[in-house]
Design a protein around this ligand. Structure first.
Ligand code: NAD
Length: 409
């Protein structure tokens, strides 16, 4: 299996080639501005002392402050964080957001520690990162195993030293300068992007069949919204299994799944082997769980006409090529799951302006930005006769290079 950095560089290199970038510019775009590795040492509830390693990779800030999530997972390592930081640079550029790209994480399993321990680790990480983050410098957000609770601790740890700074992180609880929109933003964006992609191909979302891998935050909100749009979500999976329902799961059942309770959903369906979801005979497949979920071997079995990447880097580069050759349209992650960072932008923007925005207007803005981003990429792919991924990377890289040339050219 390739590393995530290898997959990301394959995608970015194709755009660098298309744009005929010089070695200097390629090297600049491939090299993170800063890679931070910190040792976190904290006293734990059981009386022992915990040592953990935390990372933050700040890939690029030509378009604005670094922006990207922080994950807690035992397998967090530098290569994956580096790959995801680059992905954020391209995603933010493509959505027209005033942010650069970053990603971070701590190599530990929070489920094995008490809530107080997780809080101590989170606060100690912020103390170490303090000089290198800030509302105009680098703005972390939730990612795998982090959420509003961790963002509240980060906001508080930072503000105790620097003064009231709600814009230092996004994804905070709605009672603490966060926005309710952020919770559903990524899944809603995936659904809007899917509907728009089909429209651009003269297909209606109504009656289109959909399979979704992963019923967490992204998968369940995407599924529920697509079902509300009239799509038939006929196959779903999470880490514990797969389920099919030929009539389509109702928005209500998919909504319940977003709380982690799959009992009603599984009662109203047939259980199947988990990974068979990926090869279901459907119009649209949405991998919304893991990176590299579809490799070359699996790609040959995919029957969907459209693959919409809810997760980050769910395809290996080889799988991507196989699907392209088979005529499958892949909407890449840097377009499909940009709703999350668009929601984060709304929150950051309200925080720095001390504004209290109207939720409905924000949701409308998110949907419009997603449609605009899909259109931009579909148009570029049509003009260049290329895949959507290649078109997305070319457009995103162009936006960053334009500023690089202004500053360094
Ligand atoms: P989550 O932890 O809420 O959900 C993950 C889901 O995947 C869970 O339902 C889990 O059971 C399922 N899963 C894990 N392994 C599986 C397997 N082998 N087969 C089927 N299902 C499996 O995570 P999330 O926030 O929904 O994120 C999902 C993906 O989307 C990740 O790649 C994440 O980086 C990406 N993403 C998330 C956001 C966001 O705002 N949450 C934004 C952009 C990208």
């Amino acid at each position: 299996m390739p590393t995530f950095s290898e997959t990301q560089s394959t995608f970015a290199r194709a755009a660098f080639d298309d744009l005929g970038l010089t070695e200097n510019v390629r090297s600049y775009l491939s090299t993170p501005r800063r890679e931070i590795r910190v040792e976190i040492v904290v006293g734990l509830d059981d009386g022992s002392t915990g040592h953990f390693i935390g990372y933050r990779v700040q890939h690029d800030d030509l378009l604005g402050p670094f922006k990207g999530g922080i994950r807690y997972h035992p397998e967090v390592e530098e290569d994956e964080v580096r790959a995801l930081a680059g992905l954020m640079t391209w995603k933010n550029a493509l959505a027209g957001l005033p942010f650069g790209g970053a990603k971070g994480g701590i190599a530990f399993d929070p489920r094995k520690y008490s809530v107080r321990d997780v809080e101590r680790v989170t606060r100690a990480f912020v103390e170490q990162m303090l000089p290198l983050i800030g509302p105009d410098v680098d703005i972390p957000a939730p990612d795998v195993n982090t959420g509003p609770r961790e963002m509240a601790w980060m906001f508080d740890a930072y503000s105790r030293v620097r003064g009231f700074s709600p814009g230092v992180v996004t994804g905070k609880p709605s009672f603490l300068h966060g926005l309710p929109l952020r919770i559903k933003a990524t899944g809603l964006g995936v659904a809007v992007a899917t509907r728009r992609l089909l429209e651009r191909r003269d297909r209606s979302i109504e009656g289109a069949t959909v399979a979704i891998q992963g019923l967490g935050n992204v998968g369940s909100w995407a599924g529920r919204t697509l079902a509300e749009y009239g799509a038939r979500v006929v196959a779903v999976s999470d880490s514990s299994g797969g389920w099919v329902c030929d009539d389509g799961f109702s928005p209500g059942l998919l909504q319940e799944a977003s709380s982690g309770d799959l009992s009603a959903l599984s009662k109203n369906s047939t259980e199947v082997e988990r990974d068979s979801i990926l090869t279901s005979d459907v119009d649209v497949l949405i991998p919304a769980a893991l990176g590299h979920a579809i490799d070359a071997h699996l790609a040959k079995e995919v029957k969907a006409s459209y693959v919409v990447e809810g997760a980050n880097t769910p395809l290996t580069a080889e799988a991507d090529e196989i699907l392209a050759e088979a005529g499958v349209t892949v909407l890449p992650d840097i377009v499909a799951n940009a709703g999350g960072v668009i929601g984060s932008y709304a929150e950051w923007s309200a925080n720095v302006q001390r504004a209290m925005p109207d939720g409905e207007a924000l949701e409308k803005d998110l949907c419009e930005r997603m449609v605009k981003t899909v259109d931009r990429v579909v148009d570029r792919a049509r003009d260049d006769d290329s895949t959507l991924r290649r078109a997305a990377y070319v457009d995103a890289v162009c936006d960053v290079v334009r500023v690089y040339e202004m500053r360094h050219g």
